[in-house]
Design a protein around this ligand. Structure first.
Ligand SMILES: Nc1ncnc2c1ncn2[C@@H]1O[C@H](COP(=O)(O)OP(=O)(O)O)[C@@H](O)[C@H]1O
Ligand SMILES: [Mg+2]
Length: 310
């Protein structure tokens, strides 16, 4: 559905995107992750045909973004970072207006507007002025706008930005629903949402793609896939001194230092090695009272930090 080859975008000397290549297949929901300034919005604007690339080739559903831009626009629903809504229009009026702009056939407009209102849970606010709606509703109006011409592909730039946890959850459920019939590329900073929604993640950093994999595989890549959480009644310096020299230990991090009392430590081992028995041996030798010895899986957040820290 999306084919990007050697795409670069420079803004008067600023290299926002540097020679990136990636594919998104039909039916995928792909999370586009990266720190602020990484190049996510730039890439999405170029894909949506709102900015010309400086270099590279992009095809959407087989059509060239530059030479066949009309065909491409029919197939893309793009929701920009700051949804530009007409705040003094009513929701119905706005969606009809947008459908006309996007050349939806006159006889289909009413039907399309009703369908997207239904999908985005906007039925009860159709006659409200957009400016009076809460942020969560406005975000859904933006999404309805992106979908009004029934595109195959949705490109959503931070669709959950500025929403509260309940609204985030509702937009997440909506995106999952939409993913049943659409291909979706979405950028976000809410990594727990990505783990629940996206089959694949693209990580971009300083204009370059650093990773492209499933959330599960990315977390497996970081620090052997996880750590051991240990809580014992002992000074933290002793915990480090006794655990660090064990075989296969890569790092011991103190989470909460004990002042002669309890210490919480995160222990990283070589990939694939289970060091819990050795750690328990040390605990027993030292007669440390033990509260917890558990395996903790790496999170997507840890993978993100590892991939995008300088
Ligand atoms: N219109 C612009 N003019 C000049 N530089 C820009 C413009 N838009 C973005 N940039 C720069 O391009 C880089 C990538 O920005 P952007 O694509 O917005 O990143 P992201 O969406 O990942 O936060 C940043 O260094 C940003 O400052
Ligand atoms: Mg952005």
């Amino acid at each position: 559905m999306i084919e990007v080859e050697n795409l670069s975008k420079t803004y008067s000397g600023v290299h926002a995107v540097r020679n990136i290549s990636f594919h998104v297949n039909k039916g995928e929901i792909v999370g586009f992750l990266g720190p602020n300034g990484a190049g996510k919005s730039t890439t999405m604007k170029v894909l949506a045909g709102y900015l010309p690339p400086t270099d590279g080739k992009i095809r959407i559903a087989g059509y060239d973004v530059i030479t066949e831009s009309l065909e491409v626009r029919k197939r893309i629903g793009y929701m920009p970072e700051n949804v530009p809504l007409y705040t003094d229009m009513r929701v119905n009026e706005f969606l009809r207006f947008r459908a006309e702009l996007k050349k939806v056939a006159r006889r289909r407009i009413k039907d399309r507007v009703e369908t997207v209102k239904e999908l985005c849970h906007l039925k009860d606010v159709g006659s409200k002025i957009i400016g009076t709606l809460s942020k969560g509703y406005r975000q859904r109006v933006g999404l309805a706008d992106a979908m009004v011409h029934d595109p195959d592909l949705l490109i959503l730039d931070e669709p959950t930005i500025g929403l509260d946890p309940n609204q985030i959850r509702s937009v997440r459920d909506l995106i999952r629903d939409l993913g049943k019939h659409h291909t979706i590329l979405l950028s976000t900073h809410i990594l727990s949402e990505v783990e629940l929604t996206c089959g694949r993640v693209l990580v971009i950093h300083r204009g370059r793609i650093e990773a492209s994999d499933t959330p599960a595989n990315l977390t497996r890549l970081v620090r052997g896939g996880g750590s051991i959480l240990l809580e014992v009644k002992a000074p933290s310096a002793d915990v480090v001194a006794r655990i660090q020299p064990l075989p296969n230990i890569e790092d011991v991090e103190i989470v909460l230092p004990g002042t002669g009392d309890w210490t919480v430590a995160k222990i990283f081992a070589k990939p694939g090695v289970d060091v819990r028995e050795d750690i328990f041996g040390v605990v027993r030798q030292n007669n440390w009272p033990l509260r917890e010895l558990a395996r903790v899986k790496a999170t997507l957040e840890e993978a993100f930090v590892e991939l995008t820290q300088d």
